[in-house]
Design a binder for this molecule. Structure first.
Ligand code: CTP
Length: 423
C-alpha cells in the first residue's frame, strides 16, 4: 500500500519540505529514513499528529547534526541512545537510529544495539504502533506493516507483538489502556489475558516511569476513561493501594475541564486523583513517585486544605478571614478543593478567594505612610496589614479612604488590633 498522496495531504507544507530534505541528506549518506510509530497510526486513522518520529537505518545523530546545520534547528542529541531531537519554532522532529532491544530484566530499561528497520518495529509495544512509511525516493510512501497493524486498526484492536511484552515492560499495561480509551478500541483477547497476568509486574517499574505514564494519561482528552478502566482492571490498586478510579473522579475531571484552563489541567487532574488520600497516604505516594517540587507542593496543599475545609463551611465569615485561611495555599490546590467539595458554602468562599480576594491590593505603601507622619518601625507593617484587611472587607475602597483610615489608626497609637490595649 502506498501512502504518498495521503502524506502530501496530511502533513503541513513546511513539515513536508523538511522531511523531504532530511531524506535527501540521508540518501546522500547512503542511509534510509522512515516515518514510524504514532504518526503512521494517526495518518491511517486520519487524525492530526505532527509529532514526527523518524527512524534512520544508519546514524541518526550524525544525520541530525547535518540537518541542524543546514536548517537552523536546535539540536538535542543523545549519543548513548543514538537519538536526536530537532527543534524548530513550532514543532520538533525525533530521529532515532534503528535499534534492537534486549530486556536483561523485567522493568529495567532495555539494552540497545543498532539494527535494521524490522528490529526497530518488532521491539515496539503494539501492532498499531509498529508500522513505518518509507521516505526513500524509490519507494516513497510505501507502508511497511510486518505485524498487521493496519488490519488491527481496521478491527479496532490493541495487540502486543510478543507474549513477553507486558512482562518485560509493564508500563505497556498503562499504555494499552490509554490507547484503548483514546481510540475507542478493544484490547485483543490474548493481549487482554497477558495484560491481566502482567499486572504484578508493575512492581518492577520505577515510580518515575509510572508517574510519567499517569501524566501521559492526563494529557488525553478524557483521562477519566483510562483511569476508570485501570481501576476496573486492578491496575490502580497495584500502583498505590489508595488510588481509586470511580465515578467521582469522572465527574470531577469533567468539572476541571469546564474551567477552560488547558495548561493547568494535568496538575489539576493529579490533585483530584489523590483527593481521597490522608496526609500519610500522600507522603508514601510522593516518596514512591518522586514527584517534582511544584507538583508535590500542590498535592500536599490539596490534602492539607481538604482537612481544614470545614473552617470555610460557615455563613458568617469575613472576606479577610477567608483570605487569611487561604493565602498560604497553592492556587491549584484551592481550585482542586473548589471542584471537589460537596459544600456549596465552602465552594463559594474558595471561589471568592480565587476570583477576587487574592488580587486585592492597597494603593498606599510604606513610603506613603511615612509621609503621613507614621514613624519607621513595626507600626508601618501593622497599619499596611490593617488597611489590606479593611479593603478586603469592603470597609475602604479608595486611596483617600486608605489615607483616612491610616491617619485614624495613627491617632489610636497604631493599635490595629482592637482587643489589645492602646499603646
Ligand atoms: N514504545 C514502546 N514501548 C514503550 C513506549 C514506547 O514500544 N513503553 C514505542 C511505540 O511504538 C511508540 C513509540 O515508541 O509508537 C513512541 O512512543 P510515544 O512517543 O510514547 O508514543 P506515540 O506512538 O508517539 O503515540 P502517542 O504520543 O500518540 O501516544
Amino acid at each position: 500500500m502506498n501512502l504518498a498522496l495521503k502524506i502530501e495531504q496530511y502533513l503541513p507544507q513546511q513539515l513536508l519540505t523538511l522531511v523531504k530534505s532530511i531524506n535527501g541528506q540521508a540518501a546522500e549518506r547512503g542511509e534510509r529514513v522512515y516515518l514510524v510509530g504514532g504518526v503512521v497510526r494517526d495518518l491511517l486513522l486520519g487524525y492530526p499528529n505532527f509529532d514526527l518520529d523518524l527512524v534512520v537505518e544508519g546514524d541518526a545523530v550524525k544525520l541530525a547534526q547535518q540537518v541542524a546545520e543546514t536548517s537552523r534547528a536546535k539540536l538535542l542529541a543523545h549519543h548513548r541512545f543514538g537519538t536526536a531531537k530537532l527543534r524548530y519554532g513550532d514543532f520538533t522532529l525525533d530521529l532515532a537510529t534503528a535499534r534492537k532491544e534486549i530486556y536483561a530484566k523485567p522493568g529495567a530499561l532495555p539494552t540497545i544495539t543498532p539494527g535494521a528497520l524490522n528490529d526497530d518495529l518488532i521491539r515496539r509495544d503494539f501492532s498499531i504502533n509498529a508500522m513505518a512509511v518509507s521516505l526513500a525516493l524509490n519507494d516513497y510512501g510505501e507502508l511497511i506493516d510486518p505485524y498487521q497493524g493496519k488490519n488491527d486498526l481496521e478491527h479496532r484492536l490493541i495487540r502486543i507483538l510478543n507474549p513477553k511484552s507486558f512482562h518485560d515492560d509493564a508500563t505497556r499495561i498503562l499504555r494499552a489502556v490509554r490507547y484503548e480509551q483514546r481510540l475507542g478500541f478493544g484490547i485483543e483477547m490474548q493481549t487482554a489475558q497477558l495484560l491481566k497476568q502482567g499486572i504484578p509486574m508493575l512492581d518492577t517499574i520505577s515510580g518515575d516511569r509510572i508517574r510519567h505514564e499517569l501524566q501521559l494519561i492526563f494529557k488525553e482528552k478524557l483521562p477519566e476513561l483510562a483511569i476508570k478502566r485501570l481501576g476496573e482492571l486492578g491496575v490502580l490498586l497495584r500502583i498505590s493501594p489508595s488510588l481509586k478510579g470511580d465515578g467521582w473522579i469522572a465527574e470531577k475531571f469533567d468539572s476541571a475541564r469546564r474551567l477552560n484552563r488547558p495548561h493547568q489541567l494535568p496538575m489539576l487532574y493529579f490533585c483530584l486523583l489523590i483527593y481521597s488520600f490522608s496526609e500519610n497516604q500522600l507522603e508514601q505516594f510522593l516518596a514512591h513517585f518522586n514527584t517534582s517540587t511544584t507538583l508535590s507542593r500542590s498535592l500536599r496543599d490539596t490534602i492539607r486544605l481538604k482537612i481544614s475545609l470545614h473552617l470555610l463551611d460557615k455563613p458568617a465569615i469575613k472576606p479577610s478571614e477567608i483570605y487569611n485561611l487561604l493565602r498560604e495555599y497553592e492556587p491549584l490546590a484551592i481550585q482542586a478543593n473548589a471542584i471537589a467539595t460537596e459544600s456549596s458554602m465552602a465552594y463559594q468562599h474558595l471561589q471568592l478567594f480565587l476570583t477576587k480576594l487574592r488580587y486585592v491590593r492597597i494603593s498606599l505603601n510604606g513610603g506613603d505612610l511615612k509621609r503621613l507622619g507614621i514613624p519607621v518601625g513595626p507600626e508601618i507593617g501593622q497599619i499596611l496589614h490593617a488597611l489590606h484587611r479593611a479593603k478586603l472587607d469592603g470597609e475602604i475602597k479608595t486611596r483617600a479612604g486608605e489615607k483616612k483610615l491610616a491617619r485614624f489608626l495613627k491617632t489610636l497609637g497604631f493599635n490595629t488590633n482592637p482587643e489589645s490595649p492602646v499603646k
